[in-house]
Design a protein around this ligand. Structure first.
Ligand code: ASP
Length: 319
């Protein structure tokens, strides 16, 4: 009898400790794109604006997690804020195609179910990340593209805008210059909720001066986005063609699974491989214990994280 109650008390202790540990490990990591981001190219005002927007995205996601919301909700909320900001190459502020249009890509993945959804080459959906989630939750497909995806979003009651909504003078000038160095600016998020579930999402306007109809890595599960509770959540930014050919996001997860290495070692090795192949970009990744990695091989990457019981970090440059 005594033995039994000691066992029971031990079990209660283990369960309580486990759930307390679980609760201590929630939070999110975001990126706002990697590229030629140097102090030389930055003004104080611009830097302040980026930091403010990144902070708002982190806060929105964190509040959801703190209140017991899911990692999917946190990812969607954080990405939406960056989509609505003209600073990032996603949603409002997306870059232009060679044809002078804005074509957006996005995806989201649930690490607890391995379900995923994506939209590619859409032109009228204000928040492509939300449309991706609708594809995941309301259809049996993973990716919807072009007009079919725009139409689906409309049917789902999402906010529809004219393609001109995405026009910003800054991106228009970039297209005119075409040689613009700041080609990246995709946004992404990985979140871990109180239940220990990971989710990841990515949203982009793609690359400046891309051919119309070009699809990047961001709506491709395994290339730009991946999440599995067993390993980690990943969102990438950089030259999509390299990310697709290298299965970058899945590769981070696979490295962890097959080689039993940490998320930071896995992410670092994947970016080294990307570099060796001549590709540029970076990833954010988080494992189910809340360990974070943010490696990149460009001059800078807008990035930050907000985790329970940790200082909030917002960084832009390499150093
Ligand atoms: N990866 C995106 C694409 O190739 C662009 C970026 O991250 O800036 O579409």
């Amino acid at each position: 009898m005594l033995k039994k109650s000691i066992l029971l008390m031990n079990a209660i202790y283990v369960i309580t400790t486990f759930s307390l540990i679980g609760q201590n490990k929630y939070g999110l990591v975001i990126h706002g794109g990697a590229g030629t981001i140097t102090r030389k190219n930055m003004t104080e005002e611009k830097e302040k604006a980026y930091r403010k927007s990144l902070g708002e995205a982190l806060n929105a996601g964190y509040t959801i997690l703190e209140n017991g919301g899911t990692s999917l909700d946190a990812v969607e909320a954080a990405v939406r804020i960056m989509e609505d900001s003209p600073l990032f190459n996603a949603g409002k502020g997306a870059v232009f195609t060679s044809a002078g249009t804005n074509e957006l890509d996005a995806s989201i993945m649930d690490g607890s179910t391995l379900q995923a959804g994506a939209v590619a080459g859409v032109k009228t959906i204000k928040n492509p990340i939300t449309a991706s989630r609708k594809v995941m939750e309301e259809t049996w497909h993973v990716v919807l593209g072009g007009e079919g995806a725009d139409n689906f979003a409309k049917e789902q009651g999402l906010e529809i805008v004219d393609n001109a909504y995405f026009h910003t003078d800054r991106r228009w000038k970039s297209l005119q210059k075409a040689k613009d160095k700041e080609k990246h600016g995709t946004v992404g998020c990985v979140a871990l909720d109180k239940n220990g579930n990971l989710a990841a999402g990515t949203s982009t306007g793609g690359l400046t001066n891309k051919r119309w109809g070009r699809i990047g890595d961001s709506p491709i599960i395994g290339a730009g986005t991946y999440a599995d509770n067993k390993t980690c959540g990943v969102s990438g930014t950089g030259q999509g063609e390299y990310f697709i050919r290298g299965n970058i996001a899945y590769d981070v997860s696979a490295m962890m699974e097959y080689k039993s290495i940490s998320v930071s070692d896995a992410a670092k090795q994947v970016i080294e491989k990307l570099t060796a192949r001549g590709g540029r970009g970076g990833v954010i990744a988080m494992d189910s214990n809340g360990n974070i990695a943010m490696p990149f091989n460009t001059e800078g990457m807008y990035r930050g994280h907000m985790m329970k019981n940790q200082d909030t970090v917002i960084r832009i440059y390499k150093d």
